[in-house]
Structure formats: structure tokens, C-alpha cells
Design a protein around this ligand. Structure first.
Ligand SMILES: CC(C)(COP(=O)(O)OP(=O)(O)OC[C@H]1O[C@@H](n2cnc3c(N)ncnc32)[C@H](O)[C@@H]1OP(=O)(O)O)[C@@H](O)C(=O)NCCC(=O)NCCS
Length: 165
């Protein structure tokens, strides 16, 4: 059974920091290199950065599968859309349908709030996740290059899942 647990306490935030370290290091080192992984973890998924996200109204959930912590999601309810900024499962949780379950939960949240779409960005070389997003029904909207400082960029595709309102 899969459960979503809202991140509210400092202890929850620390669990997200641990999960990010484990998942990003394992998954992104071959895609963007160890230095950029370290830079992004330090700047985007530190305790301080996540607490700041929460203050700004961004939502994080821990994912539990059969009572084990298996990943986390992060999203924001924008004016017209739900922006899904984080969807990360531990390696041994992938390919078991958990992604489908989470996307369906997010669709329900977005629809309840009358959003027109779920939007996300994914690194152009994150081929496995791009394949999964296409299976979920996301459609490629555009390319996006974002400067994240210190000479690093996020070279992404933007994908959109349209919702019927
Ligand atoms: C991307 C991610 C969330 C997908 O969740 P998941 O639980 O692995 O996906 P599911 O098991 O629900 O599979 C969904 C569909 O995508 C397909 N899929 C999943 N991984 C795939 C892969 N590596 N290659 C090709 N297809 C894949 C599945 O086969 C399934 O399609 P099917 O129903 O036709 O079989 C998860 O794999 C993940 O956390 N990856 C690493 C972190 C990451 O890159 N996150 C995205 C950041 S933008």
C-alpha cells in the first residue's frame, strides 16, 4: 500500500534531504555529473532550501510503500496549473506502478483545485523518466535552458498533462 505523508516538521524535512541525497546521487551522477549533483543538492535540496520552499507555499510529500520510505514529491499550485517540481523514487521502487499511482493522486489534487494541467520539467538526458512521463500521457511542450549559477544550467524539456475541467 502506498501512502503520501505531507512534510510539515523539521524531522520530515530532514528525511527529504536524506532521500534527495540518495536518489539524486544514484540517478543524476551519470546524467549531469557529480559536481552539478553536489551543487544542486546543496542549493536546492538542503534543509534550508526546503524550509524556504515550504514557507513559500510549496508542498512536499514523503512516499511510503508498505510502511517503508520510498521517495518524495514536491509541487506547487499555480494559478492555472499544478507545477510538479519533484518526483523521486528510490531505485528499487521504480517500475512497479508507483509513478502511475502518484500521477493519479496529483491529477485528482489538480482537478479538485480546477487546474487546467500538470506541468513539469525533466532533464533532456533523463531518458528513463521521459519514457515514463510519455506513458503517463504527458505531452512535450517546449525546451528550456535555465542558468542555476556557478556555471551550471538545467537543460530541460517541459512536459504538460492537460486536465479536463
Ligand atoms: C520517473 C519515475 C517517477 C517513474 O515512476 P515509476 O514508478 O518508475 O513508473 P511506473 O512503474 O508507474 O511506470 C510507468 C510507465 O512508464 C514505463 N517506464 C518506467 N520506467 C521506464 C524506463 N526506465 N524505461 C522505459 N519505460 C519506463 C513503465 O513501463 C510504465 O509503462 P507501462 O504501463 O506501459 O509498462 C521513477 O522511475 C523515478 O523516480 N525515477 C528516478 C528519478 C527521476 O528521474 N524522477 C523524475 C525527475 S523529472
Amino acid at each position: 500500500m502506498i501512502k503520501l505523508k505531507p512534510v510539515t516538521t523539521l524531522e520530515d524535512v530532514q528525511l527529504v534531504v536524506q532521500l534527495a541525497k540518495e536518489i539524486w546521487t544514484e540517478h543524476y551522477t551519470s546524467i549531469i555529473g557529480a559536481q552539478q549533483v553536489h551543487y544542486m543538492l546543496t542549493n536546492l535540496q538542503s534543509e534550508e532550501a526546503i524550509l524556504n520552499d515550504l514557507k513559500q507555499g510549496k508542498i512536499y510529500n514523503l512516499i511510503e510503500s508498505n510502511q517503508l520510505l520510498t521517495g518524495y514529491i514536491g509541487y506547487e499550485l499555480m494559478h492555472d496549473e499544478l507545477f510538479l517540481s519533484k518526483l523521486y523514487l528510490k531505485e528499487d521502487e521504480r517500475g512497479k506502478g508507483t509513478g502511475y499511482f502518484l500521477i493519479n493522486q496529483l491529477k485528482a489534487i489538480a482537478q479538485k483545485d480546477k487546474k487546467r494541467a500538470i506541468v513539469l520539467t525533466v532533464n533532456k538526458n533523463n531518458h528513463a523518466s521521459i519514457a515514463a512521463y510519455k506513458k503517463f500521457g504527458f505531452i512535450l511542450l517546449k525546451e528550456q535552458l535555465v542558468d542555476i549559477g556557478d556555471g551550471y544550467v538545467m537543460d530541460d524539456y517541459v512536459f504538460r498533462y492537460p486536465l479536463s475541467t
